[in-house]
Design a protein around this ligand. Structure first.
Ligand code: GLU
Length: 433
């Protein structure tokens, strides 16, 4: 049976690159009907922190990358590594240097790595120095603990970033010394920024959790990560996780860097938001509004749903939703100075906004259709175009020059807010600055 594993070190938050490595292992295991194990490489007692561990586990759960069986903690297995090193000592394959135990590398030998993605990679042992197995503080090195554990837990496939390629020949030597058979290796290309250099903050957040906080949906993240270095063939990009599992194949993973394109991720997320049912969006949006102190218990749930319905086609993230709807949920209108210059500074605008407010004030009903006919009727009387009222009114009420249909915005903004903001804009924002 296929057994893959993800082996994070809890010395930092889950990096997007690690999340993608976890995903590829999970996809491979699920595709093969095998198991996906989780091992925590926490032998560095100083740098490993419980809060990082919690965050990593939380992020994996959020992405839906469920693991099989118990989590293995390397920190609880120090005696296992020590026993393995002592065995090599007794066989004369390892030697002591102070309190440390080192593995003797015989120079001039060729190690062949058979990699699913890169083919055969040959490394001469002249390039490899003797390997520390157990450090003088008693803890094992990464390469040693990794080999002991991958063998003991019967890992069949090691899928990890290609920054680990240089470790693999060392690990292969250790498998041989321990008389264990090595797993199959697949080194996946690193994620690069849009300028093909190492992924950095410039390309977007590098902590997975930040995407969660910004209101990206886990389904969109999984879809996006799956296409970083892999492709199902054809040009379809929106794929449900079941489809990805079905199609996933390590042989289709490319050798070269996968580009992390935030614009593409945001586009993908907007597609998922558009398709998401209200039950999914409502709690996320409610949490985001609460986080900003914008949530009022007095909001009518149907009204909130209406606002979501009005905006969900045009948002990239939940954070983006909040930015666009601040003026509806709060009394603070986020006036965009450019929008004001563009739409409110023409000579006729103040009069038109006042006339519009007066006309709307007389309405009995308050819905998009009623507001629309009042607007069109007034525009005709003023010998103006409806757009001459619509654009300034959108800025006056939402602070923004772009957004959904004005009539629907006014319908959800309500009469009182609408009149007050149209008049406020006419008196305070329209005057030449
Ligand atoms: N703890 C290592 C890392 O996070 C694991 C590497 C491996 O998968 O072997 O890079």
């Amino acid at each position: 049976m296929v057994r893959a594993r993800f082996a994070p070190s809890p010395t930092g938050y889950l990096h997007v690159g690690s999340a993608r490595t976890a995903l590829f292992n999970w996809l491979f295991a699920r595709h093969e009907g095998g198991q996906f194990l989780l091992r925590i490489e926490d032998t560095d007692a100083v740098r490993s922190k419980p809060e990082f561990l919690e965050e990593i586990l939380d992020s994996l759960r959020w992405l839906g990358l469920n693991w099989d069986g118990e989590i293995v903690f390397q920190s609880k297995r120090l005696d296992v590594y020590r026993a393995a090193a002592e065995k090599l000592l007794s066989e004369g394959i390892a030697y002591r240097d102070g309190n440390a135990i080192l593995f003797k590398v015989i120079p001039g030998e060729v190690v062949n790595i058979e990699d699913i993605i890169h083919g055969t990679i040959q490394v001469n042992t002249l390039e490899i120095k003797d390997q520390v197995l157990i450090k003088s503080d008693g803890t094992p090195t990464y390469n040693f603990a990794c080999v002991v554990d991958d063998a003991e837990f019967k890992i069949t496939h090691v899928i990890r970033g290609d920054d680990h390629i240089s470790n693999t020949p060392k690990q292969l030597l250790l498998y041989r010394a321990l008389k264990l058979s090595p797993p199959v290796f697949a080194h996946i290309p690193l994620i690069l920024g849009t300028d093909r250099s190492r992924l950095s903050k410039r390309d977007g957040a590098t902590n997975l959790n930040d995407y969660r906080k910004m209101g990206y949906l886990p389904e969109a993240m999984v879809n996006f990560f799956s296409l970083l270095g892999w492709s199902p063939g054809g040009d379809r990009e929106i794929l449900q996780v079941e489809e990805i599992v079905k199609a996933f194949d390590l042989a289709r993973v490319g050798k070269t860097g996968a580009i992390f394109d935030l614009t593409k991720l945001s586009w993908m997320n907007s597609q998922y938001l558009k398709a998401a049912p209200l039950e999914t969006l409502l709690p996320l949006i409610q949490e985001a509004l609460k986080g900003r102190g914008w949530w009022k218990g007095s909001f009518d749930p149907r009204w909130v749903e209406e606002v979501i319905g009005l905006y969900k086609e045009r948002i990239e993230t939940v954070e983006d939703f909040c930015r666009q709807t601040q003026g509806l949920f709060t009394d603070q209108v986020p006036y965009d100075p450019e929008a004001i210059n563009l739409r409110l500074k023409q000579p006729e605008v103040a009069n038109r906004l006042n006339a519009f407010a007066d006309r709307l004030e007389k309405l009995n009903g308050w819905d998009a259709d009623t507001v629309e006919s009042a607007c069109r009727g007034l525009a005709e009387e003023l010998k103006a175009k409806a757009a001459d009222l619509i654009h300034p009114a959108r800025v006056a009420v939402t602070g923004r020059s772009v957004g959904p249909s004005l009539f629907h915005i006014l319908a959800v903004a309500g009469k009182e807010k609408t009149l007050q903001r149209l008049r406020h804009a006419a008196t305070s924002l329209c005057s030449a600055s």
